[in-house]
Design a binder for this molecule. Structure first.
Ligand code: SIN
Length: 306
């Protein structure tokens, strides 16, 4: 019997499979489909201080091997999440969740992170500094700005703090080093890189916002490379996310250094994707000669000469 348990920044998970932020809402829509307690954790929808309606429609476009989204951080605001949705989720999920904290200023990030830090069913905070769908320069692309932001948030938050980064930085190691120096415990890699589609009939972008975040199988190698690079260099806890749709993908991501994985676009194709991956993870690990999930973490990175 393969032991699927893993440790993620001090949090013990029954298995490494977590639905990713933005593909599972606040858990409520999936609760009628299967017992959510089979999941390792749940990453909540990106949340800001104030409620947001998000970007204009259309904000989804299909692509070969994946999709684009330009949701724009639609969410009910952190007070509603902390006071209503998180307590309500306890009826369906008796484990700790991952709270995805967003903002447009240091003060906003601090407010959102502090509210989540005080919630007893939040296990760790994922600081989202890389949303591809909101205007303004992303703090996640600037090492100095990121250092200042993480240092400030760190002062107010006692729970583990993972920083969610875009893979598009010219030097991801420099960005990651700044976040660690600021007090980050680890990373979620990757947020969706930006892309676009153009409708030849209308001669204009398919998405009302023009561009959107790419997800699905097409981004898996990009995500894997980011996890591999950051884990190889820093050996810190990493959640791997981007195009994971099978237990084999989970193993590959963990070999690169992911302590756990988030499954995103696959949930939108098949709402049972996480359940199916968890059910096949044990036999898959066994097939590759492993007796536990945790022994896989970083094995490819550790043997790398680069
Ligand atoms: C969105 O709401 O636009 C997606 C959030 C994200 O990718 O960070």
């Amino acid at each position: 019997m393969v032991d699927l348990g893993v440790e993620l920044a001090g949090l013990r998970l029954d298995n490494p499979v977590i639905p990713s932020s933005g593909t599972f809402g606040y858990g409520e829509d999936y609760a009628g489909l299967y017992d959510l307690n089979i999941l390792g954790s749940i990453a909540l929808k990106g949340t800001t201080a104030e409620p947001r309606r998000g970007n204009p429609l259309p904000r989804i476009a299909e692509c070969e091997g994946g999709m684009l989204n330009s949701i724009g951080l639609q969410n009910p605001g952190v007070d509603a999440v902390a006071d209503e949705l998180l307590p309500a989720l306890k009826a369906h999920f008796n484990k700790k969740v991952i709270a995805n904290a967003c903002g447009f200023s240091t003060e906003e990030y601090v407010y959102v992170a502090k509210r989540f830090d005080a919630c007893d069913n939040v296990g760790l905070i994922e600081l989202n500094v890389s949303c591809p769908n909101v205007s303004g320069r992303s703090v996640g692309g600037d090492p100095n700005a990121l250092f200042k932001l993480v240092s400030e948030v760190r002062k107010h938050v006692s729970k583990p703090l993972l920083i969610k980064l875009s893979p598009l930085a010219a030097d991801l190691s420099e960005i990651a080093a700044a976040a660690i120096e600021g007090g980050a415990d680890g990373f979620t890699l990757i947020n969706s890189p930006t892309g676009m589609r153009i409708d030849p009939v209308r001669r204009s972008p398919v998405l009302a916002n023009g561009r959107g975040g790419m997800s699905g199988k097409m981004v898996f190698p990009l995500a894997l490379r980011a996890v591999y690079d950051v884990y190889s260099r820093f050996r810190v806890p990493v959640i791997g996310v981007g195009g994971i749709s099978s237990a084999e993908d989970v193993v590959e991501m963990m070999l690169a250094g992911a302590a756990a994985v988030e499954v995103g676009a696959a949930n939108l194709v098949d709402p049972f994707a996480c359940k199916k991956i968890i059910e096949s993870l044990g036999p898959t690990l066994e097939r590759f000669g492993f007796s536990s999930a945790r022994e896989v973490v970083g094995l490819a990175a550790q043997t790398s000469k680069t």
